[in-house]
Design a protein around this ligand. Structure first.
Ligand code: FES
Ligand code: MG
Length: 598
């Protein structure tokens, strides 16, 4: 490796400014000595070998990513085999199901931590271990800001879950089991066993929830090796691709191949198209927009509708379909989906990937070997599988995953004569999940099939962090009559594992004065998918009166981070990023390395 910038050859290594800086022997000695103390040698640190970070998102607190502790050994083997030196470091945990009030609060915190590590330590490149929902966007956002060579290694989904001979998928089973418990069909112990059946091994959620979706997004963006996203966590191929990923990042450093070369507008368009085809989580728009904003690519919430809406659903995976991650991988995984989309001209083939080859070169000719699992484009599971982006006096934008609208929902709410794509209802407004649980079975509310359930104060600022609470079950009495869904609207999110066609991510949220705050129980709401509108049906004069009388809810910060988060974070429609952080781009190129520490 050439560390003299005056001579031709590959760019000098960042790490040499710590470990091999002849102009400053005092600091070199100081930086060097502590990294020798566990057995690294001067030869490893001073002979031009790229130093590769392994950003470790797994821990006992993060079971979805925990097997990365094992996989990191194969990553390190690959790094060494290609002449690099691996240095593993911990990342602030983000555990979707364990973290209160919501893991979404910690995505930006983890991002911030990664930016400081990548910029302030002697690292030339990084392997981003991903898995559980927010770990994937947090890691890519951080690498985007610093812009040193970076590659994603997904942990892969758990094996398929089974309970009493039936497939049970992560999260999705919870909604079904809750329904059965509410309807009195099963007892508490069986309820727990049924849910636990969905988690049979190491790995992240095995449905097309946010984890599988976001790892697929990483691959569609070109940030992982092809085929990486879908390999189940326990499969041998998972450890093998960990090794290949380790090998590849060393060459990426030698080639100076950085996130800014990969994360182009074309890459984001590919991600949107793939999101529709796989039936991705409603959490993808905010996370993918967040990544775009940190790399400096224009991506609007409306792009999800214009680019993605007409793309058909090709992947038959829960919650939009029937199967789980193992079968998706065996059918060909994301490369088979991309190959099929390419045959219909839907992929920007020239987008570069971490392999150094383009999307087109990597995926041309890839096919599904299981048409029941990954269909072809002509016979999809659903015609228009993208997100509908709605607007109106309730919010500037909100999204609806129309591919999960069930025939039952369509028949009950959307098949009124001459009014196919619209529905109206009486709003029942809840101030948060506690209020919902407290009052949903209150007979005085007279909730019937003509109602729309609304939940507010659940956005990035209100909750704080934005909670996955919008998909609300109807009252027990309705469930017992077989009405399992009512239309739902909210400024929170919903779990990617939910098959509910809720209208969510409403921005701006009520906590900052969004339209949902004007709503009162009993108001009528009309949603029209054809015109992409959602409105409170009251006159403008009354709306103005309410706007003038509006009082923002009081927000209680319980930790210092909650306060910082609330001060800097924006709305879901623009990625819920820390707005000031977007101003920091390509910082390794702009600033080189930070000042010496002594
Ligand atoms: Fe971690 Fe789903 S809860 S991946
Ligand atoms: Mg979730």
């Amino acid at each position: 490796m050439n560390n003299d910038p005056t001579k031709p050859g590959p760019a000098p290594l960042r790490s040499a400014q710590w470990f091999d800086n002849p102009g400053n022997p005092g600091m070199t000695a100081l930086y060097l000595e502590r990294y020798l103390n566990y057995g690294l040698t001067r030869e490893e640190l001073q002979s031009g070998k790229p130093i590769i970070g392994i950003a470790q998102t797994g821990s006992d607190l993060s079971p979805c990513n925990r097997h990365h502790i094992e996989l990191a050994k194969r990553v390190a083997d690959g790094i060494r085999a290609n002449g690099g030196v691996p240095i593993e470091f911990p990342v602030h945990p983000i555990q979707e199901t364990g973290k209160r009030p919501t893991a979404a609060l910690d995505r930006n915190l983890s991002y911030l931590g990664l930016v400081e590590v990548l910029f302030g330590y002697p690292l030339d490149g990084v392997v981003l271990t991903t898995g559980c929902d927010k770990t994937t966007p947090a890691m890519i956002m951080g690498a985007a800001t610093v812009d040193i060579p970076a590659i994603v290694l997904s942990g892969g989904p758990m094996l398929d879950g089974w309970f009493e001979g039936e497939l049970v998928g992560s999260g999705t089973v919870v909604w079904e089991a809750r329904r059965r418990l509410a309807a009195g069909e099963i007892a508490y112990d069986k309820f727990i066993d049924m849910v636990a059946g969905s988690a049979p091994s190491v790995g992240h959620c095995n449905t097309m929830g946010t984890a599988s979706s976001m790892n697929a997004m990483a691959e569609a963006l070109g940030m992982s090796l092809p085929g990486c996203a879908a390999i189940p966590g326990p499969y041998r191929e998972r450890a093998q691709i960990a090794y290949e990923t380790g090998k590849r990042i060393v060459d990426m450093v030698r080639e100076d191949l950085r996130p800014s070369h990969i994360l182009t507008r074309e890459a984001f368009e590919n991600a949107i198209v793939c999101a529709s085809a796989i039936g991705a989580s409603t959490n993808c728009p905010p996370h993918v927009i967040a990544i775009a904003r940190h790399i400096g690519v224009e991506l609007d919430i409306a792009d999800w509708d214009t680019i993605g809406y007409d793309i058909p659903l090709l992947v038959n995976m829960m919650p939009a379909g029937k199967y789980l991650g193992e079968r998706f991988h065996r059918a060909g995984g994301l490369p088979a989906v991309i190959g099929e989309l390419m045959r219909h001209g839907k992929i920007r083939e020239s987008a570069l990937t971490v392999s150094g080859r383009t999307m087109g070169e990597e995926n041309r000719g890839k096919r599904s070997i299981d048409p029941e699992m990954i269909t072809d484009y002509e016979t999809p599971l659903h015609e228009h599988a993208g997100f509908a982006v709605l607007t109106g006096n309730l919010f500037h934008s909100a999204i609806m995953k129309t591919s999960v609208i069930s025939p039952e929902f369509r028949d009950r709410f959307m098949r009124k004569p001459g009014d196919h794509d619209a529905f109206e209802g009486r709003a029942i407004v809840f101030e948060g999940p506690e209020d919902y649980h407290h009052r949903i079975n209150d007979a005085d509310l007279k909730i019937d099939a003509d109602c729309i359930l609304v939940i507010r104060n659940c956005g990035p600022i209100g909750y704080p962090g934005s909670a996955e609470v919008v998909n609300m079950l109807p009252p027990d009495a309705l469930v017992k009559q077989g009405i399992n869904q009512l239309p739902c609207i909210g400024d929170g999110r919903q779990s990617g594992t939910s098959g509910s066609p809720s209208i969510l991510n409403a921005s701006p949220e009520s906590a900052v004065g969004g339209g949902l705050l004007l709503l009162r129980t009993g108001d009528r709401i009309r949603v029209d998918l054809k015109t992409r509108t959602a409105n409170i049906l009251i006159d403008e004069a009354e709306l103005t009166r309410r706007r003038e009388a509006m009082e923002l809810p009081e927000l209680l910060n319980q930790t210092p981070w909650q306060e910082i988060h609330r001060r800097f974070t924006g709305q879901l429609e623009t990625g819920a990023v820390m707005e000031h952080a977007v101003g920091y781009q390509r910082i390794a190129e702009r600033f080189g390395v930070p000042r010496d520490n002594h």
